[in-house]
Design a protein around this ligand. Structure first.
Ligand code: FES
Ligand code: FES
Length: 161
């Protein structure tokens, strides 16, 4: 075991990790940040998405050691400073972009990275960017609405499901 240090949600943190420890396990078990979920063992579901140096990354696909020294952001870092929901989180709540909520942390993190790169995506672009995030409950319609609303666009213009 080696001590691995990185910045998570703006704070320098350290936890013990083996060479094979995945970032998702480092976050969940090493740091207790269980908002990042594990929904598969095939790197397909996207429930584990976090930001590493500003990029959306499936945290089950990288070793913690390989991102030592990086800036990592997790769902726990997405609220406003006063504890209220951040813009993307609020849009998911307002537009019923979740049911069981298991996929939601990954959806929110992917959405935040998408909007940082493309502040006004089209519906087609949103659907394309969310391809790596699987939701087993919602049928995606309200998730896409939430993403458009988070970008300040009129989600009401979307065709009914
Ligand atoms: S747990 Fe990472 S993609 Fe499913
Ligand atoms: S809300 Fe249940 S998996 Fe997406």
């Amino acid at each position: 075991m080696t001590k691995v240090t990185m910045t998570v949600n703006g704070k320098s943190v350290s936890a013990e990790a083996e060479g094979r420890t995945l970032l998702v396990n480092y976050l969940r078990e090493g740091l207790g940040l269980t908002g990042t979920h594990v929904g598969c063992d095939t790197s397909q579901c996207g429930a584990c998405v976090v930001h590493v140096d500003g990029k959306a990354v499936k945290s089950c696909t990288v070793f913690a050691m390989d991102v030592a020294g990086s800036e990592v952001r997790t769902i726990e870092g997405m609220a406003n400073a006063d504890g209220s929901l951040g813009v993307v989180q609020q849009a998911f709540q307002d537009h019923h972009g979740l049911q069981c909520g298991f996929c939601t942390p990954g959806m929110v993190m992917t959405t935040a990275a998408l909007l940082a790169n493309n502040p006004k995506p089209t519906e087609a672009e949103v659907r394309h960017e969310l391809e790596g995030n699987i939701c087993r409950c919602t049928g995606y319609h309200n998730i896409v609405k939430a993403v458009l609303a988070a970008s300040g666009q009129d989600a009401g213009a979307m065709a009914a499901e």
